[in-house]
Design a protein around this ligand. Structure first.
Ligand code: ATP
Ligand code: MG
Length: 459
């Protein structure tokens, strides 16, 4: 049994400005009643916790690391929270840098590892310049410090609001997070409608955590999420891009995609892709996008790396093809139709999610190399092998071939060609061997209006 401390019922203000009653009790789970052991915690995080404690401050692990430790998973990073103010934290650690103006934090550096140390945030005070909210109640600046009892209500989900206390190794639970943990429930703290209005990105976080942890969204949370997708339009595109990376590069991209679509959130992030899905569904045996999501999940499961530009190139491939066709119908030549389509789709996309330039350049390269695979005669194939994006472009060709987007023998030919020795490569690229093939293909592709840029040998 956990020790139950009764707190005087007091009122604190939520971030939305509405009074919410602080839980009348906090539950403290002593070391014997939870599974978190110090052996699972990074040495650097422990160092930070102990040092703060020795200097007379409170120090806790909080958020995703506590949640993940309770599930026996290795946390992505360790977040520390304390009652020491940023300047005081800086006074305790030599290897410390203060960051952020809107949300001031300390980063304590140990080689490659950074331990983030935040100060407890206080209740919203509309008179205070250190806190700025917009009309929806979204906090734009938050530098009012407080106590753990105030900090807890500002967090998003109950399972993200558990504190591991370095003083006695207990877990402190104000919101019923431990029970929700046991029943695998993702529940927002406070009124879901208010909490989503305050920060609509919480809807994306809800999807991300539900999928990653295998938790169920609490029905109240689900109800609030239906029809609330439009709130996301107010979020800066740079923040949405960061969230997109977390959503799709953590190993559960396919499920995430399906859940985002279920709640109408995907169309806010990728409007052109959503439109192309409506057109293409039922068309190809398997959508190229789905295949790319599956591939990227498999790669992560095998411990291999995934690059954002590859997945994003797959997300926008259909929109680019559709726009290319439109441009061709308007009388543009194939090359310009494709280049124009790529520019237009990318410039529309960055309004939703601010794709950095080096990523969009790489996406364009993957697309632009696709037609080059059609050329199998002469010195060009060997030159293509040395292109820095050959590998990614070839992987892209593979998923196109697996989804009926391009002739399977083309991908097979390139698979063989890149492994062949120089002599064999020369044989493979002799005009006599390929001439007939490429002529047939050229004739077929010029007849096929749906072929898009990739099947046109001229680009
Ligand atoms: P991850 O495993 O992805 O790091 P996390 O829960 O640690 O998951 P972070 O973005 O690192 O996510 O945030 C740390 C903690 O800060 C969260 O657990 C939560 O308590 C709080 N938090 C983060 N973002 C929000 C938000 N938008 N609204 C309310 N609380 C938030
Ligand atoms: Mg975290």
């Amino acid at each position: 049994m956990s020790i139950i401390l009764n707190f005087l019922k007091k009122i604190v203000k939520s971030a939305g400005g509405k009074p919410i009653p602080e839980a009348p009790q906090v539950r403290i789970y002593p070391r014997s009643e939870h599974t978190i052991s110090r052996a699972q915690i990074s040495d650097h995080a422990l160092k930070v916790l102990y040092r703060l404690q020795k200097s007379g401050y409170e120090a806790y692990l909080v958020g995703g690391c506590v949640r993940d430790l309770l599930l026996g998973r290795e946390p992505k990073d360790f977040d520390v929270v304390t009652n020491a103010h940023p300047e005081q934290i800086k006074g305790v650690f030599r290897n410390c840098r203060l960051i952020g103006r809107r949300f001031r934090l300390a980063h304590v550096h140990f080689g490659n590892e950074v331990i983030e140390v935040a100060t407890f945030r206080g209740a919203v005070d509309e008179q205070n310049d250190e806190q700025v909210t917009n009309d929806e109640g979204r906090l734009l600046r938050d530098n009012v410090y407080g106590t753990i009892e105030q900090d807890v209500w500002r967090r998003d989900f109950t399972v993200n609001a558990l504190y591991y206390n370095i003083k006695d190794f207990s877990v402190v639970d104000y919101t019923g997070g431990m029970d929700d943990h046991k029943s695998a429930t993702l529940r927002l703290i406070g009124d879901p409608n208010t909490r989503f209005r305050e920060d609509p990105v919480r809807m994306l976080r809800a999807v991300r955590f539900a999928v990653k942890l295998g938790f169920n969204l609490h029905p109240d949370c689900q109800n609030a999420m239906h029809d609330a997708a439009d709130l996301l339009y107010s979020i800066p595109s740079a923040r949405l891009y960061d969230e997109v990376l977390k959503l799709f590069l953590s190993g559960y991209a396919l499920q995430t995609f399906e859940m985002l679509r279920h709640y109408g959130l995907f169309q806010v992030l990728f409007p052109d892709t959503e439109k192309s899905l409506a057109v293409e569904e039922g068309g190809f045996p398997k959508l190229l996008l789905i295949k790319a999501l599956e591939n990227s999940d498999n790669r992560i499961a095998e411990g291999r790396t995934v690059t954002p530009y590859f997945l994003l190139a797959a997300f926008l491939w259909e929109p680019v093809r559709m726009q290319t066709r439109l441009n061709c119908e308007r009388g543009m030549d194939d090359y310009n139709a494709f280049q124009g389509a790529a520019s237009e789709i990318l410039s529309r996309q960055v309004k939703s999610t601010a794709i950095p330039r080096h990523i969009s350049i790489a996406m364009r390269e993957v697309w632009s190399l696709q037609p080059k695979f059609e050329q199998r005669v002469g010195p060009r194939p060997a030159r293509l092998l040395t292109h820095p994006r050959f590998r990614a472009a070839y992987d892209f060709l593979l998923i196109r071939s697996e989804t009926g987007n391009v002739e399977p023998d083309l991908a097979a030919w390139w698979g063989k060609f890149q492994l062949a020795d120089e002599e064999a490569q020369k044989m493979m690229t002799q005009p006599s061997r390929n001439l007939k093939n490429s002529r047939t293909r050229r004739r077929r592709s010029s007849k096929n209006k749906n072929s898009g840029p990739a099947q046109n040998p001229s680009i």
